[in-house]
Ligand binder design. Structure first.
Ligand code: PMT
Length: 399
């Protein structure tokens, strides 16, 4: 499973013959789900054109530190903040020396100083340069400061020498980048979270909906991504920014949400239904605005599909978690939904309390599963989400 999914990889390319392999490296990183931007030194541009890496990465290539136009768009500080990983491949002897000295004399070295992201170096140089004590000292210093190293490989070199110094294969480098993001309790898992309300259209200007803000669902998606999962958020209409490292799919109606969830199902290990899905929708959607001529009117509603029940009933169903939004007899109704919908777990919350219900910043819940339960005290939705994620991880390992 790609841990690079949705990660921002800033690829620094310095000036060595191995720079031609950086093109393949961009592709390898993208295949693992990473978003890639490229910074090139002046030397690198002698070996491969920015246009090639721009075409492959789908983003403009950054080359100049002092470029007023670039600084107005994504300047060196924005690039440094954007990166989840700074990967330098190839890292030449000169680049290693400049990084070691903390120089900021071009865009790549400046970004390296300005970013809090981990640094992964793929050295590439002549075997004698690699063996030189100066290079060895520089590499040791950089590793001592926390930099990671992949390669170099041994073998025949472009200059005709044989020995250590060849840049590692792009697939090996991409795997090393991927490995830096393992380690969370849901690492390697694919999580789908539904969030927010659905809107069920009556006519072109009106709809039926509810008060869900999406805050709880977005907190769950954030917690899943932080726990190392590849996370997709299927969201109804809300006013919230997408959490980092989360793939977002926007939907409007229950029917849209069902379709998106079923599409995502083959690549889903854990499904968390936090959305407040409208149980009913108008039997017919008028194509023109309904006029208010009559003193009274009535609406005919039909049942919406039950998304979480459909997921739980699927062949090869993921570990399926529902939420129960109740105003009374919270635990009894939640237990009933756990059974009736065929869920592995349900999170029961009392939405009659405005401090912890719809649109609040806090929640409190009782998590129920077959043969067990755990109460989660009132806390921020982010905290509750992290606790839910820890319980899911525990239930998964309990088998
Ligand atoms: O979004 P916030 O403002 O942060 O508020 C959070 C919340 C209160 C919406 C959330 O914590 C919550 O309780 N979500 C579940 C809301 C809900 O629809 O509960 P329910 O008891 O009606 O449904 C039970 C389960 O079935 C839920 O997992 C729901 O997503 C699912 N369902 C319901 C109906 C339907 N047609 N399809 C479904 O999948």
């Amino acid at each position: 499973m790609a841990h690079l999914f949705n990660r921002n990889v800033l690829l620094g390319v310095s000036g060595g013959i191995a720079a031609y392999k950086s093109a393949e490296l961009v592709r390898q990183l993208q295949e693992r789900g990473a978003r890639v931007r490229v910074v090139m030194t002046r030397g690198a541009q002698e070996f491969i054109t920015p246009l090639t890496l721009q075409a492959l990465s789908g983003n403009p290539v950054h080359t100049e530190l002092l470029d007023a136009g670039a600084e107005m768009g994504m300047g060196h500080i924005e690039l440094a903040r954007w990166a989840d990983l700074l990967l330098v491949a190839p890292a030449t002897a000169d680049l290693l020396a400049r990084l070691c000295q903390g120089r900021a004399d071009d865009l790549l070295t400046t970004v390296a100083l300005a970013t809090p992201a981990p640094l992964l170096l793929a050295p590439a140089m002549n075997q004698q340069m690699w063996r030189d004590p100066a290079t060895a000292d520089n590499v040791a210093t950089l590793q001592g400061r926390g930099a990671h190293l992949v390669g170099p490989a041994e073998g025949e070199q472009a200059c005709g020498d044989v020995g250590p110094g060849r840049m590692a294969d792009p697939a090996v480098i991409a795997d090393a980048a991927d490995a830096l993001f393992t380690g969370g309790e849901l690492s390697g898992k694919r999580v789908v979270v539904t969030a927010g309300p659905t809107r069920e259209a009556l006519d072109p200007v009106r709809y039926i909906s509810n008060h869900s803000s999406g805050k709880m669902g977005f907190a769950l998606a954030r917690a899943a991504a932080d726990a190392g999962a590849s996370t997709t958020l299927v969201s109804g209409p809300v006013q919230l920014p997408t959490p980092d490292h989360v793939q977002r799919v926007d939907v409007v109606s229950a029917q849209d949400m069902l379709e998106q969830c079923l599409t995502l199902l083959p690549a889903c290990d854990i499904f968390i239904a936090c959305a407040a899905v409208a149980d009913y929708r108008p039997a017919a959607v008028q194509d023109r605005k309904i006029k208010k001529d009559a003193q009274e009117t009535s609406l005919q509603l039909v049942r919406n599909p039950d998304i979480v029940a459909a997921v739980a009933a699927a062949e090869h169903a993921p570990f399926t978690v529902g939420f129960a939004a109740e105003t009374n007899d919270v635990l009894a109704y939640a237990r009933d939904k756990l059974q009736r919908k065929g869920l592995d777990m349900i999170v029961a919350n009392d939405v009659s309390d405005t401090a912890i219900g719809f649109n609040s910043d806090q929640n409190a819940a009782t998590v129920l599963w077959q043969g067990g339960e755990e109460a989660l005290q009132r806390a921020s939705k982010d905290t509750v989400a992290r606790q839910v994620m820890a319980l899911i991880a525990r239930r998964l390992t309990a088998g």
